[in-house]
Design a protein around this ligand. Structure first.
Ligand code: MG
Length: 287
């Protein structure tokens, strides 16, 4: 197994004290890594210049995954408000919250296409009776879909409807492929062909089944490799789905993102902590 992609010994635990860490995004304008403590119902930030972690916001309606839009503002998934929203300099506004008149389940993770369209997954994890990750509730439209929302036209489309609990998602560098993790049923990453902003009908197939545990969230690097969470590590998958490298992490990993001033840092949200791995590559996207 190769390790030229990163030095496993470079793994650092930057901070600990969260309940369930998820949703990392690098914010270049502030050189900070923002992420969610979903169960703790707060948003945290790591300042890469000082190494300090601060609470960005609390009582945030169980926000989960996030990324940056084309303007550089944060777009994020709210379990509690069952919507996708934008945080522009601390001003939080709703972007979309229902499909055909019915509320979403609990949007989980989001990616932005180069055309500005928002693609997000909608599993039911925020609706649980225990209220740990949202508010107890019912699924209203009878599925767990992957949606594409075009803010310019207001068009919302269900692009993927054949998954059990779609979760993390990311495009290949040329956006011809969309990878989506299923955290129920087969517990695999599926891949779909994307043509002109649409998922090609019938193109979905299994890409890889990450073990132990499963893939929750991931990012794609500039060469198309998939850097994914797993139960005991970050694993790097080639474009054929084969495991190219594995970097052990002491806690269950939920998600990753590339960041840092030069883009070579992989930030890792893992259960109670935030970790960082120094890599020799960069992300196809910076956040
Ligand atoms: Mg997720």
């Amino acid at each position: 197994m190769t390790s030229e992609l990163a030095d496993p010994a470079s793994l650092e635990r930057l901070w600990t004290g969260a309940t369930w860490s998820e949703g990392p995004a690098w914010i270049p304008t502030t050189a900070r890594l923002r992420w969610s403590d979903v169960v703790g119902n707060r948003i945290l930030e790591y300042d890469a210049a000082t190494g300090e972690v601060s609470e960005y916001a609390r009582e945030v309606e169980y926000v989960n995954g996030r990324t940056l839009d084309l303007a550089g503002d944060v777009v994020q998934c709210s379990h509690g408000l069952r919507r996708v929203e934008r945080d522009a300099g601390g001003l939080v506004t709703s972007i979309v919250d229902r499909f055909e008149g019915r509320r979403f389940n609990s949007p989980n993770d989001i990616v932005v296409g180069s055309d500005g369209a928002l693609w997000f997954t909608d599993p039911p994890y925020g609706l649980g009776a225990d209220g740990r990750e949202g508010h107890p509730g019912e699924q209203e439209y009878g599925g767990c879909f992957v949606f594409r929302f075009d803010e310019r036209t207001g068009e919302l489309r269900a692009e993927i409807t054949d998954m059990v609990h779609p979760n993390g998602l990311a495009f290949s560098p040329d956006e011809s492929l969309l990878y989506v993790a299923d955290t129920s049923g087969p517990l695999d990453i599926r891949v779909y062909d994307v043509v002109d902003g649409r998922v090609a009908a019938g193109s979905g197939r299994s890409f890889a089944a990450v073990r132990p545990g499963a893939s929750d969230g991931f990012r794609v690097d500039v060469d198309g490799r998939v850097w994914t969470s797993s139960g005991d590590s970050v694993q790097v998958l080639g474009t054929d789905g084969a495991v190219l490298a594995k970097f052990p992490v002491p806690e269950t990993v939920a998600n990753v993102c590339f960041g840092g001033v030069d883009g070579h840092d992989l930030y890792i949200t893992a259960t109670t902590s935030l970790y960082r791995l120094r890599t020799t590559t960069t992300g196809a996207r910076r956040s």
